[in-house]
Write a protein that binds this ligand. Sequence first.
Ligand SMILES: Cc1cc2nc3c(=O)[nH]c(=O)nc-3n(C[C@H](O)[C@H](O)[C@H](O)COP(=O)(O)OP(=O)(O)OC[C@H]3O[C@@H](n4cnc5c(N)ncnc54)[C@H](O)[C@@H]3O)c2cc1C
Ligand SMILES: COc1ccc2c(c1)CN(c1nc(C(=O)N(C)c3cc(Cl)c(F)cc3C(=O)O)c(Cl)s1)C2
Length: 468
Amino acid sequence: KTMDPQPTKKKVVAVVGGGLVGALNASFLAKRGFQVQLFESREDIRQAKIVRGRSINLALSLRGREALKHIGMEEKIVSKGIPMHARMIHSISGKQSPIPYGKKSQYILSVDRANLNKELLTAAEAYPNTKLNFGYKLSDWSFDSGMMTFQGPNGTEEEIYADLIVGCDGAFSAVRKQFLRQSRFNYSQTYIPHGYIELTMPPINGQFAIAPNFLHIWPRNTFMMIALPNMDKTFTCTLFMPFEEFDKITTGAQALEFFQKYFPDAVPLMGVAALKRDFFQLPAQAMVSVKSSPYHMGDRCVLMGDAAHAVVPFYGQGMNAGFEDCIVFDGIMDQFNEDLSAVLLEYSKIRVPDDHAIADLAMYNYIEMRSHVNSRWFLFRKFLDNFLHRIMPRTIIPLYTMVTFSRMRYHEAVRQWQWQNKVISRGLFVCGTASAIGGTFLLIKLFTMRPSISLEQLWNRVPALKWF
Ligand SMILES: Cc1cc2nc3c(=O)[nH]c(=O)nc-3n(C[C@H](O)[C@H](O)[C@H](O)COP(=O)(O)OP(=O)(O)OC[C@H]3O[C@@H](n4cnc5c(N)ncnc54)[C@H](O)[C@@H]3O)c2cc1C
Ligand SMILES: COc1ccc2c(c1)CN(c1nc(C(=O)N(C)c3cc(Cl)c(F)cc3C(=O)O)c(Cl)s1)C2
């Protein structure tokens, strides 16, 4: 009688980092029956007071929602989010122009970061095979022994073992440090010259100061401000500006003067005193883009979320991409029946091209937004996108639609977008030459048939000419 196969004593998986991705990942892994130990350097944010630092609210879209759905959290999080069905573009004159994201069902959600993090930690903690450890800061780990070294809550150094280490410790990951010692590990980080601060727009007479179900944008080329609504009827406004511009504004009066020049409609909505106070509450925060590959080391360690790929926020996809990492990893665990060396190798092979693609897209969008995007250009671009999509719905899909409202792999969305750009530019070229030839032919005909018409009569007769 063959020996009954030993019931696999489920492996110990350590999740390092209890931010958005680590907390979510703990649930994904606990659901699979692993012994999950989550280690977070900060105190339990469910007990601590609100810590300022990262963006207060975030845009949650389809990719992130699919991950939440996987652990049964989608409804709970969506119910506390505010739908944004369109962008609201604010021109310098204060004119507001809505641009829908798409059909009725295509909306994004403004969610509160701290609340999301708390809900995800509580969901992970609910699993009997999960333990959350706060005040544990990883300082190193060993590939061969699987031992991790932590600075424990009372300053003690603790060595803890895991079969698998999942690095979800953010853009400045300590888990990734070991990867940097590894040959053939590729790593790049780019700080952009822009920083950001967050300002608040309070409710007026208990109501939202501006339309709530919109992502408000004040595009001003090198400067840009966006505002996302909160459940308490405030808006969190994020001002993006080069650090050297922030450095020039050192007094409340200068801050006010700057806003009156570039965002005049926002001044009365923020309140002059609050604007002067909020502007200097925190120094402008930096934004870094991190790309790395591979995401794994043998069958011992894998990086996910910002630890693997921190992206600039100009696509609202950082968290959504990190959440999608969890779905992809989980799917590969099924595919390879949890054989970790096969799973980790496949995960890097599949996920690196996609996370690099969204990192590139976000950086591309940052460069586009800061160079020539003012409200007229933004409106024109989105109008063109939506117009072409309407006449050729299956051929031309706006890039943001593929990124925000589909699960299409990020690198495939980029390929499709590049193909579309070729089709459009070729199409425009053909139309351009055709209309030039047709137009010239018409003019010649006009002149040969009625030589009497003078140029300024022609000028007056063809109003479109006045644009040239
Ligand atoms: C201004 C701004 C706006 C953004 N807007 C959006 C948006 O609209 N939509 C979107 O999808 N994304 C957005 N993002 C991106 C999003 O914030 C990040 O992608 C997301 O927070 C990444 O989650 P994470 O868990 O991987 O990393 P983090 O959120 O950074 O969490 C890392 C965790 O690890 C812990 N940690 C760090 N080092 C250690 C250590 N050595 N030991 C133990 N624990 C450690 C940290 O305390 C932290 O809790 C935005 C980012 C910024 C900066
Ligand atoms: C909390 O801090 C932040 C900071 C930046 C962002 C968000 C939250 C949420 N963001 C989203 N961006 C898109 C998008 O696809 N694009 C191309 C856009 C990109 C920019 Cl920069 C923009 F201003 C509008 C759009 C737009 O189309 O509305 C979404 Cl869709 S949501 C950017």
